[in-house]
Design a protein around this ligand. Structure first.
Ligand code: PIT
Length: 412
């Protein structure tokens, strides 16, 4: 008993609350080489946020600085219900804080571990959201490059959001060169060290994700890294008999070694499994629908939220101007948090009117340099392995990643 309560006390001390800008940060909910993701509370609205804490000390070389500033630029640019929303960036002398919305729930990875392989209707409901998210990225010229169930958050109602843009890049159709992401999910052309088409490489990774969701294990798995790469390069994997014929055909189309023959977004959106495995109609793909893309990028201003913001000291003009300019500051963060707020607990009015642009993300719109980016091929290893085949999947991925160190350094 003593040990338990003593342990709790020590844990509580370690998880002391600190205040950053308008947020109170408490326990760590995620960890990587870059630093930690902590849960926070937005003081004014009482809403939860997730805060990625980047330690400037750990961003040493030019490549790291470039990766982090790219991550921030991309997070500021994207906007979609299935993509994590960046609320604001707070810079302090030793840290950089990326404040995002908080997703109540956990990783799709853990969901699969808990539930085993997913029924095809559940898988389709989730996979459609994954496709919507990735297609939204592609419509905004963003290539994620680290698509895996660990980077997809799912809540109790099966709403899914894509996180972690630490390895992403932009492309307007030009080929990309840097091989990155987890080896088990990496496209063959990337493994082969070729220049690659970004969206098609993401689609390969989504094929691996769909396989993992419907089967409960990975298509390409080998503790021996060269053997793993060989099976990916040759597209050697086995589709279990329990899959429906439509699911098999879709996975086969996505896991096609030759990227020019691989299923495109358009082919996936019109595939019988994607269309028919659940009843709800398929929402439009943003890459194929300019109006839907414009809609996704336009924030509607709810007059009730505007009124609430006026009550706590923001001016109507400021809110409208900042939202229209797509700024990420305390004003737009408060607006966004109020829009998704479920509770009607009273707001804590500010003593003085809100400053024009809250705690500043690196002054003057200049690049927020620094912070520890994940090395390529890094796979999270923080949690103890859970029993079952997905644990083997994580262990295999971690072993492969450790062996590979960084895919960008591997030449076959
Ligand atoms: C969590 C829980 C949660 C949000 C996040 C993580 C978000 C993490 C994140 C990480 C990134 C990024 C954006 C968001 O670019 O509610 O465990 O690297």
């Amino acid at each position: 008993m003593v040990t338990v309560s003593g342990g709790r006390k020590a844990k509580a001390e370690r998880e002391q609350t600190t205040s950053i800008g308008n947020y109170l940060l408490s326990k760590t909910i995620g960890e990587g080489t870059f630093g930690k993701v902590k849960v926070g509370v937005h003081i004014l609205t009482g809403e939860r946020v997730a805060v990625k804490v980047l330690e400037k000390d750990r961003i040493v070389d030019k490549g790291d600085v470039k990766r982090v500033s790219r991550e921030i630029q991309i997070l500021k640019h994207i906007q979609h219900p299935n993509l994590i929303h960046l609320l604001e960036v707070i810079e302090k002398p030793r840290h950089l804080y990326l404040v995002t919305e908080h997703i109540a729930g956990g990783e799709l990875f853990d969901y699969i571990v808990r539930n085993g392989r997913l029924a095809e209707d559940v898988g389709c409901r989730l996979f459609r959201q994954i496709m919507l998210a990735v297609d939204a990225c592609h419509a905004m010229n963003v290539i994620h490059r680290d698509l895996k169930p660990e980077n997809m958050m799912v809540d109790d109602a099966l709403n899914l959001k894509l996180i972690d843009f630490g390895l992403s890049n932009t492309s307007e159709g030009e080929l990309l060169a840097t091989a990155c992401g987890s080896p088990c999910y990496a496209a063959p052309e990337m493994i082969a060290g070729k220049r690659y088409n970004g969206p098609l490489a993401d689609i390969w990774s989504l094929g691996v994700c769909l396989f993992a969701m419907l089967c409960g294990f990975l298509p390409f798995e080998d503790a021996n890294t060269p053997a793993l790469y060989r099976s990916i390069l040759n597209g050697e994997y086995t589709l279990p008999d329990f899959l429906s014929d439509d699911a098999k055909a879709l996975i086969r189309g996505m896991l096609t070694v030759d990227p020019t023959q691989r299923f495109t977004t358009k082919a996936i959106y019109s595939h019988p499994w994607f269309v028919k495995a659940i009843r709800e109609p398929v929402p439009p793909a943003l890459t194929m629908n300019v109006d839907a893309l414009r809609d996704a990028l336009t924030t509607k201003i709810d007059p009730r939220v505007l009124q609430l913001m006026e009550q706590v000291g923001f001016s109507r003009e400021q809110v409208e101007a900042d939202i229209r300019a797509r700024k990420r500051n305390h004003c737009t963060a408060t607006f966004f948090l109020l829009v998704r707020r479920k509770s009607d607990a009273p707001l804590k009015p500010m003593r003085k009117p809100a400053p024009p642009a809250g705690p500043k993300p690196a002054a003057g719109g200049k690049e927020e340099g620094a912070a520890g980016a994940k090395p390529a091929a890094q796979v999270k290893q923080a949690k103890p392995p859970a029993p079952g085949s997905m644990a083997a999947m994580r262990a295999a991925a971690a072993a492969a990643a450790a062996a590979a160190e960084a895919l960008s350094l591997i030449h076959i």
